[in-house]
Design a protein around this ligand. Structure first.
Ligand code: DGL
Length: 280
C-alpha cells in the first residue's frame, strides 16, 4: 500500500469515454449531482473503441484512468460500455490494488443491468450495442447474475456510432440502419419487451428508435440510471465522497483537436464547451 503510485487525494470526479458518447452520461450525472467538480476525458484521437480488440481497449482505457488519477481524481467513471465491458474488471482487479488501492473506477454496465429486472414483464430482453460490447458477453453475464430467468438477445450495431459522430443521426440514412438493427433484434426474439441501449451514443437516435419499435417495447437509455447509481455509491462510500471536490465545475479534455471537440460536443450537450488537448 505504501508503494502505491497514487494515494487518495481530493479532486474532481473523472468521466472517461472513447469519444463523445460519454457526454450523454456526464450530462445526466451533472444534473443529478451538480455540486461536484468533473473532468471529462474523450479519447477522440483513437475512437471508436467498439471495433477494437480486448487488449487494445484495456491498454487505452488504463492509460486514460492513469491520466485522470494524475489529475487528482479520487473516482473515475468509465462512461463507455466498450471500455466497461473490456477493461473495467482487469483495472479493478489487477491494476488498482497495485497503483491506487484507495481510488475507485466504476463502469456503466452493472447499473444499467440492475434496472432491467423491474422493467421487463415478458423476461425477454434485447441488447443493442457496439460489436465489442456484444462480443464481450458482459451484458448477458451481468444480467444472468442478477436475473437468471431473463433471456437476452444481442445485436451489434456497427453503423450507429459513425452515423452519430458524422452528424447523420437525424438524417434519412440513419432510418435505414435503425430499422435494420431493430428489425434484426425483434426478428430474432419477438417476445422482447425491453431493449437496452448499450452504447452511450445511442440516446441521440432516440427519436428514430422510438418510432422503430412497436408500442409496448421499452427502450432503456442508461444515463439516468448511471447517475442514480453514482449518487447511491457516494452515499454508501463517504471516504470517497469527501474526496470529491465540490465547486460545480467541468473541465473537458480530448486527445484530438480542441476545436473539433468543442464543435461536436455541443451537439451532445446542447451548450458550448471549452476543451483542451492532452496526449495519453
Ligand atoms: N462510447 C462507446 C460505447 O459506449 C461507443 C463508441 C466507440 O465505439 O468507441 O460503447
Amino acid at each position: 500500500m505504501g508503494n502505491a503510485r497514487f494515494d487518495l487525494t481530493a479532486g474532481p470526479i473523472g468521466v472517461f469515454d472513447s469519444g463523445y458518447g460519454g457526454l450523454t452520461i456526464l450530462e445526466k450525472i451533472r444534473s443529478r449531482l451538480p455540486s461536484y467538480d468533473y473532468v471529462y476525458l474523450g479519447d477522440n484521437a483513437r475512437t471508436p473503441y467498439g471495433t477494437r480488440s480486448f487488449d487494445i481497449v484495456y491498454e487505452f482505457t488504463l492509460q486514460a484512468v492513469v491520466r485522470l488519477f494524475e489529475l487528482g481524481c479520487p473516482l473515475v467513471i468509465l462512461a463507455c460500455n466498450t471500455a466497461s465491458a473490456k477493461a473495467l474488471r482487469s483495472i479493478q482487479q489487477q491494476d488498482l490494488p497495485v497503483i491506487a488501492p484507495s481510488r475507485r473506477v466504476l463502469g456503466v454496465i452493472r447499473p444499467t443491468a440492475e434496472c432491467v429486472g423491474s422493467m421487463t414483464v415478458s423476461r425477454h430482453v434485447g441488447l443493442l450495442a457496439t460489436p465489442g460490447t456484444v462480443r464481450s458477453q458482459s451484458y448477458p453475464m451481468e444480467l444472468h447474475k442478477l436475473f437468471p430467468d431473463i433471456a437476452v438477445t444481442s445485436v451489434a450495431c456497427p453503423m450507429w456510432v459513425p452515423l452519430i459522430e458524422n452528424r447523420e443521426a437525424a438524417g434519412p440514412g440513419a432510418d435505414y440502419f435503425v430499422n435494420k438493427y431493430v428489425g434484426q433484434l425483434l426478428g430474432a426474439d419477438p417476445a422482447i419487451d425491453t431493449v437496452i441501449l448499450g452504447c452511450t451514443h445511442y440516446p441521440l437516435l432516440m427519436d428514430k428508435l422510438s418510432k422503430a419499435v412497436p408500442q409496448g417495447v421499452r427502450l432503456l437509455a442508461q444515463g439516468g440510471h448511471v447517475a442514480e447509481s453514482l449518487a447511491d455509491y457516494l452515499r454508501r462510500h463517504p471516504e470517497i465522497e469527501e474526496k470529491c471536490c465540490k465547486g460545480g465545475s467541468c473541465t473537458y479534455l480530448t486527445t484530438e483537436s480542441a476545436e473539433c471537440f468543442e464543435e461536436n460536443a455541443s451537439v451532445f450537450l446542447n451548450e458550448p464547451v471549452t476543451a483542451r488537448t492532452i496526449q495519453l
